[in-house]
Each structure stands twice: as C-alpha cells, then as structure tokens.
Write a protein that binds this ligand. Structure first.
Ligand SMILES: Nc1nc2c(ncn2[C@@H]2O[C@H](COP(=O)(O)OP(=O)(O)OP(=O)(O)O)[C@@H](O)[C@H]2O)c(=O)[nH]1
Ligand SMILES: [Mg+2]
Length: 453
C-alpha cells in the first residue's frame, strides 16, 4: 500500500513538474519578397494580442495565459520593433527587406486542463523562428554541385532567354577566359562585381528567382568580401583542372569555401531540428511578371522542396546526415488580400498546380500538406466586388477590381496578369491590437496542433 501511494505521488509529481518548457522550432521558408518578415511580425502580433483577435475563440489559445517576446538574451533578435515602427508610420510602410539572419523566441504559457489541472503548473511552450534574406535559400542546390558542374550550369542558363539578354557582354567576357591560364585577381574582382549587377538585373528586370550565388546580392554580416570574388568560367566543366595560380584554382577554392562553410552553415542552422515547416510563396508577382518568372519560380521552389528532409531521401538529409523529422508542411500563397476573397483559393490552387509533381513527392514521403491562402497583414477592404486600399508611399485611397485569376494554372504557364497594385499597409496598426489578416488564426492553430498543452 505504502508503495502504491508513493507511486501515485511520484506520478502526480511528474505531471505537476518540469518538462513544461518545450521548444517548437518553426521553419519559415520563402524566397525573397515571399512575405517572411511580414508574416513573422504578424505572428508575434497575433500571439501578443491573443485575447482580442480570432485566436481567443480557438483551442488551445482560449487557455493561453501569457505570451512573452524575448529579446534580451537572444543573439541577433528579430527586429520586431523596427517592423512595427514602419507599419504604424504615416503613411504606413512595409518592413524592410531582410539583410541578415535574426531569431525570434516567444514564450507561451497555457493554463492546465483536465482533472489534475489544479495540481499542475501551467504548461510552457517556447517558439523559435529564424528570419533571413530569402535569396539565401537559392544557394541550396549548390550543396550538390562541384565548381565545374556549376560552371556548366551557368553556361547553360546564360545561353537561354531572358538571362542571355540580361548578361549582355558579360557572358562573352567570361567565355573568353582560359580557365588554366594564370588568374588576374583585379580582373576577377571586377567580373565578380559585374556578375552581381547581372544578378540584380535578373531579379529586378525579369523577376527571376534563381540568382546565384545569393550572397553576392545579400552578403550578410559574416562573410569577408574577398571570399565572394569568384565567377563561373564558361569554358570550364567538371573535368577541368588547373595549376595553383590559374583562374580555375582560384575560383574553385572560393566556390568550395562558399559552398562548404557559408551555404552549408546556413542550411545546417535553418533546417536542423525543425518541428514544423511553413512554406510561403508569393504567387501573384510571378503571375504578373509572366511565363519566364513562373517557370523560374517553379524550378526554384522545386530545388527548395527537394532539399527539405522530407521522407528519407532528400539530398540534404544525406549531406547533413540527419534523419527527417518534419511530418507536416503548411504551404501558403501569400498576400492574397491583393485579390478578392473568392479569388484567394484560386491563387492557392495555381500555386499547388505549379508545384504538383514535387508536392506529390513530398506527400509520398509521408508528409501531410496543408494549403492555406494567407495574408499576414490585410491591406485591402472589400466594397461590393471592388477592393479599397492605399498605394505605397502615397496618401489617399484607390478603389479597384483585381483582374481575373484562373481556377487552375494552365500547363503552358501563360496567364493574363491579375493587375497588381503596390499597396501600402492599412492605417492604424498598433502593437497592442491584432492586425487585420486572412487565415493567420488557421495557420497559428495548425502550428500548435498536436502539441500537448
Ligand atoms: N498586401 C500585402 N502585401 C504583403 C503582405 N506580406 C508582404 N507583403 C508585401 O511583400 C513585400 C515583401 O514582404 P517581406 O515580408 O519583406 O518578404 P520577405 O520574405 O521577408 O523578403 P526578404 O526579406 O527579401 O527575404 C512587402 O514589402 C509587402 O509589399 C500581405 O500580407 N499583404
Ligand atoms: Mg524579410
């Protein structure tokens, strides 16, 4: 009997004690401009204001007692206050595009439930999210390439529109370099700067996503500028070899450093030990930019999805030698407030059409995918069939009817543009009020689904 009651106390002790603080690592993945920073800002805001928004009515948030955004003991904290300052300015502005890595830590405390409730302390959950420049994701495929293979791939890309036109004389100059000739470091630095300009044109003029090496566009704080002095040598291939002072040797060693330390270091940090994954995709901008941008987005997203350690065989899983953990993926078309409520599902459908093959692979690897058309901060309000919103950098309002969104994406990827306007955030945003949104509550609830709180 004595033993029995001792056990009982032990059990109660266990349920009322530690192991309360669980950490949930959420991977927010999206290319540059997908809406990661806005989403993370919106997520903190919705959680901080859980008592007032739609979350208050949903389990387990109806038991959420307190939320604390931690910044003092966090290395490189997420610039939440800067984002809020921009959003609540007059006229309101979006947060800046991200230039470096930062981290969010949120502590959530839930009231206990059930019969033993009164004996228990509240359960705590710590949410951790990284924010980073979206460009960095596009370096992912480099992990699988040698320098020679990368040169071959760049020669192929430069041979096709629109990169052929955007590269102009640079392609000829790179094609003239004999890889085994002695290198000229000054010319190399010049060519690396021109390659950076070319990548910028690819991004801004043609809306292309795959712009490598990404750190040329967004170096971050931990990369020495000189380590970014390399270019693809268009005469080289995977069988090339050159003496220690050759163009080949210099570019290859910098490429290898870039791949093995910078790219791999980032992916290790971003992908390791993730519990949940949110994939954000701006589908509207490439639909507006046209077929080439959609095609490029498709390839870029396929490369990104390929790398997640879904299922047993993702190449990153093999490279980094860790086993898959993620079992669920939220796939979100972002900024859907730019179109009418009835068109939002169509945007999501077009995204799922674009990625149909890769999504089938991911599902086959045992991952459950949830599609959520999302707007982290709703910039429009509806008036009949029209939308009303303010334009970026201006005061006043416009009333407009968004163009058509097809129910499905045609295989040709030729769609008529939905006519996008550069919208500014809605007025009157304040840290202590939940921001207007579309389906952030669904997403937040999904993130915590399955947690024993
Ligand atoms: N209308 C609307 N626009 C949005 C929303 N979220 C983001 N945007 C727009 O998309 C732009 C890019 O959003 P960011 O959150 O900076 O994107 P990001 O993924 O962090 O981009 P990088 O930092 O460059 O990797 C913003 O400047 C806004 O113009 C949204 O919910 N609604
Ligand atoms: Mg950002």
């Amino acid at each position: 009997m004595a033993n029995k009651s001792a056990n009982w106390f032990k059990q109660v002790g266990q349920t009322s004690n530690p192991l309360r603080q669980r950490r949930l690592r959420i991977g927010v993945t999206g290319l540059s401009g997908a809406g990661k920073t806005t989403f993370i800002t919106g997520l903190i805001n919705q959680l901080e204001n859980h008592r007032k928004g739609l979350l208050a009515q949903r389990a387990p948030f109806d038991r959420l007692e307190s939320v604390r955004w931690r910044r003092d003991d966090v290395k490189r904290p997420f610039p939440y206050l800067q984002s809020l300052a921009a959003l609540s300015a007059t006229p309101a502005a979006w947060p800046d595009s991200t230039a470096d890595l930062s981290r969010v830590l949120l502590d959530l405390r839930f009231k206990p439930q059930g019969l033993l409730g009164r004996l228990q302390k509240g359960k705590e959950l710590s949410i951790e999210i990284l924010d980073y420049p979206g460009e960095w994701l596009l370096d992912l495929p480099l992990l699988n390439l040698s320098y020679g293979q990368w040169c071959e791939q760049m020669a192929q890309w430069l041979g096709q529109p629109p990169r052929a036109e955007l590269a102009g004389v640079l392609a000829r100059r790179l094609g003239e370099i004999d890889p085994v000739a002695p290198a000229d470091p000054i010319l190399l630095a010049e060519l690396a700067a021109e390659w950076t300009d070319f990548l910028q044109r690819c991004r801004s003029e043609a809306g292309l996503s795959r712009n490598q090496p990404a750190r040329f566009l967004q170096p971050g704080s931990d990369v020495a500028a000189q380590m970014l002095h390399f270019v693809p040598l268009l005469q080289a291939n995977q069988h090339t070899a050159g003496a220690a002072d050759s163009w080949w040797a210099l570019c290859e060693s910098r490429f290898n450093y870039y791949r093995d330390f910078i790219v791999r270091g980032f992916y290790d940090e971003h992908f390791r030990h993730l519990d949940q994954q949110v994939l954000l995709v701006d589908m509207l901008a490439p639909m507006d930019a046209g077929q080439a941008a959609l095609q490029d987005l498709k390839h870029a997203m396929e490369a990104v999805l390929e790398s997640f350690h879904y299922g047993q065989n993702g190449f990153l899983a093999r490279l980094l030698r860790f086993r898959p953990r993620i079992r669920r993926l939220a796939l979100c078309a972002t900024k859907v407030d730019k179109v009418g409520p009835r068109q939002q599902r169509a945007v999501q459908q077009c995204l799922e059409d674009l990625m149909v093959d890769r999504l089938a692979d991911v599902r086959h690897g045992g991952v459950e995918i949830k599609g959520i058309p999302l707007s982290a901060i709703r910039a429009t309000r509806q008036e009949g069939e029209a939308l009303v919103a303010g334009l970026e950098g201006k005061t006043g309002w416009v009333r407009y009817q968004p163009g058509d969104i097809p129910e499905h994406l045609p295989q040709s990827l030729q769609v008529s543009s939905p006519e996008l306007l550069p919208l500014r955030p809605p007025p009157g945003l304040h840290r202590n009020e939940p921001f207007p949104h579309y389906r952030m509550d669904d997403l937040v609830a999904w993130l915590l689904q399955g947690e024993r709180l």
